[in-house]
Design a protein around this ligand. Sequence first.
Ligand code: SF4
Length: 386
Amino acid sequence: MSVFLCYLVELAKESTSLNWSLLYSVFSSNQNNVMVFTRGCLKKGEVSPCVMTGESSAFTVPQCDACEHPAVVEQAYSGRILCSKHLAKSVRKKISKELRLQLTLPKGQKTTIFVAISGGKDSAVLLDSLVDLLGENPDVRIVAGTVDEGIEGYRPPSIICAQELCDKLGVEYIRVSYPELSFHEMDEVVRRLPMVAKKNSSAPRLACSYCGVFRRQGINHLAASVGADVIALGHNLDDMAQTVLMNMSNGDLERTLRLAPHSASLVEGLAPRIVPLRWVPEQEVHLYALHRELPLHHEECPNAKGALRWRHRDLVAQMEADTPGTRHSLLHMADQIKGLRDEVEQLGGRKNPPAPAKACPSCGNVTSGEQCKACDMRQLLRSEEE
Ligand code: SF4
């Protein structure tokens, strides 16, 4: 008799809120496929492991709506119920379609794609898909890389996973650490933050505010070091919806307009960014990564809690549970705003375009201000030494 092992605890560890109306992976004693099954909205800590055995189980495993195999996910937003094979097909189709829309490959010209990977599921699926879809193209060079923020216990094991993934896929792998970019390691930033906030009341108080800026420079640095034409990022549908909601809450139209994907370079000297996973929900990315048996690092960064994104993550999850399709709507709205901007610009009607980018006088990186944000933050952190 097959044995189904719910490994909800494993998944619950990774999400603050699992608003999955139906999700499961299959575990059978002699095969390495795992089934997880639950209904309704689960909050972290509300789940416990349970083992179900065949017909005696209180659960009924629904059938895929495209074949006779057991389903692994119900897409509440589309009404579809899919087995792992058909889910993989649907995920691959979405990524492939987005890639065609977002990436232009000039004929007869070499295009280098830099893929930012972290060892986590999103960037693993991104790299695996790019290699799958473009790896045979002689005009495409794929290089993967990680920015090491210096977070003990979190980044080192994820780097091992990232390296393992690149070895498995035969992709060149590069890295850069914050000290190599003249930034403090994040563990040191966290240690300095209380003193920095004491000396300067307007200084950002969250570790992620510094890390986000430093990491952006790290990705740009790695991309430039391999002469990348394009930077690929593993943002999934949930990430994108959270960003749109965050920008709206902050009234930050400019950030919404700058949201990837970019059809061309936003700033001279910086490669445009593409986000081929942007229509794939996080849980489907996760299931796809399991289906593809990709090496994954599951831990959450210890500094993530308390970050603005963390709160929006719960908000978006709740909105999606209440009204399936909300994540898609948020992203469609951002696309429409960008489309309107393009129309207005074509008609010559944009009165206050952002200031053109120039080189930061301190570090030479591009900035639209007097000095780049990373240098501002570097100075704030050094003020602790004075
Ligand atoms: Fe950096 Fe914050 Fe992400 Fe941790 S959660 S890696 S501190 S941006």
